[in-house]
Design a binder for this molecule. Structure first.
Ligand code: TXA
Ligand code: MG
Length: 340
């Protein structure tokens, strides 16, 4: 047997083991192309409740049901409008979640008591292998504690909740590193509920310019991080600043004797205000690779225990929407947690 065949065999043994655990009502963490998920049999109420307990997630926050392919959506959605079928055909498997009217037999523990259900077919090969072998829906939120940063590598899951999960499947670092884009099809016009790994531009290619309601905040509207629900929060208090306000803010915090660090996209600093001396960390200059490494980088920076992390705001353009959304939530959440 070649080493490649051996790897294949052990992977399929692991999948078989995971399926057995899931059928027994246990919880299994698995990789997806966006972030790691904490999966349970979506038809098993006790198993789904355990997911809520492990995450310490409020019961009215619904979970996404992961499926092996689009044909399985019929077993969960009471109705699938044309727009949903087009999106499924083009983007599944992939980082797109669709919210549809739920069939009566969908356990309401999964939907947070709502009559709608969120469905997604992930593209990570290990997730697909698991879903195909399980042959049913897996309710899976991101495999982190409620409000914390989503895990993009298997060890992130092990470090945070490994002792409470029956099995963690390791599929390497996630390709996108940001959660899926969520689109609601409950109203006549499809509507983005959460920006994510699938860009809005891709949705528009299928639905047309007017075919999707984005609700993206316009650049001129004031940003009020405190008003945003804190989520995806690191433990280091984080602030997002334009390059113009970043330098004076850093000066002021340093003058208070605080340990301050800066996180910025790797763009030219020519013509920009010079920052006072302090540790600077770089992320890639483009939205997709920036998003891919953001969570892992925030997690890494938490270990330095800086008093404050100042993030240079990425461009306020549509391509950066998901990243800017997560940064604003991280800022709101970290300030709420620490009250520093
Ligand atoms: O990329 C992802 O979507 C990852 C991977 C694991 O698939 N999952 C994920 O799950 O991010 P979670 O639980 O962290 O976020 C799910 C989001 C929540 O914000 C929830 O409110 C929304 O999906 N959601 C689920 N069902 C919904 C529904 N019926 N109506 C509206 N929003 C819903
Ligand atoms: Mg989450």
């Amino acid at each position: 047997m070649t080493s490649r065949e051996k790897r294949g065999t052990s992977a399929s043994l692991l999948i078989a083991q995971a399926v057995e655990r899931l059928r027994g009502g246990n919880v299994v963490a698995f990789p997806t192309e966006t972030v790691y998920g904490l999966g349970a049999d979506a038809r098993n109420e006790a198993a789904v409740k355990r997911v809520f307990e492990i995450k310490r997630r409020p019961a009215d926050h619904p979970l996404i049901v992961h499926l092996a392919d689009a044909t399985q959506a019929e077993a969960w959605a009471a109705e699938i409008p044309d727009a949903a079928r087009q999106l499924m055909a083009r983007f599944w498997p992939g980082p797109l979640t669709l919210v549809l009217p739920a069939r009566d037999d969908v356990p309401r523990v999964v939907t947070g008591g709502q009559d709608s259900v969120a469905l997604r077919v992930p593209s990570h090969p290990m997730a697909l292998a698991l879903l195909n072998a399980f042959d049913g829906g897996l309710a899976a939120p991101s495999a982190n504690r409620f409000g914390a940063i989503s895990p993009t590598e298997a060890w992130h899951v092990r470090a945070a909740i490994g002792d409470q999960v029956d099995l963690v499947l390791d599929g390497g670092p996630c390709r996108y590193g940001l959660e899926s884009t969520i689109v609601s099809l409950l109203d006549e016009r499809p509507r983005v509920l959460r920006p994510g790994a699938l860009p809005l531009a891709a949705l528009r290619e299928i639905l047309g310019e007017e075919g999707i309601e984005s609700g993206r905040p316009v650049a001129s509207s004031p940003r009020v991080p405190g008003a945003l629900p804190g989520h995806y929060a690191p433990s280091t208090p984080l602030e997002v600043h334009s390059i113009a306000t970043l330098a004076p803010r850093a000066e002021a915090l340093l003058a208070q004797g605080l340990r301050v660090a800066v996180l910025r996209g790797n763009r030219s600093t020519r013509g920009k205000p010079t920052l006072p001396p302090m540790p600077q960390f770089l992320l890639p200059s483009q939205p997709e690779p920036y998003g891919r490494s953001l969570y892992a980088r925030l997690r890494e920076l938490d270990r330095f225990a800086f008093d404050r992390l100042l993030v240079e705001a990425p461009p306020d353009t549509e391509a950066w929407w998901a990243v800017n959304d997560r940064l604003a939530r991280a800022a709101a959440g970290s300030q709420r947690e620490s009250r520093l």
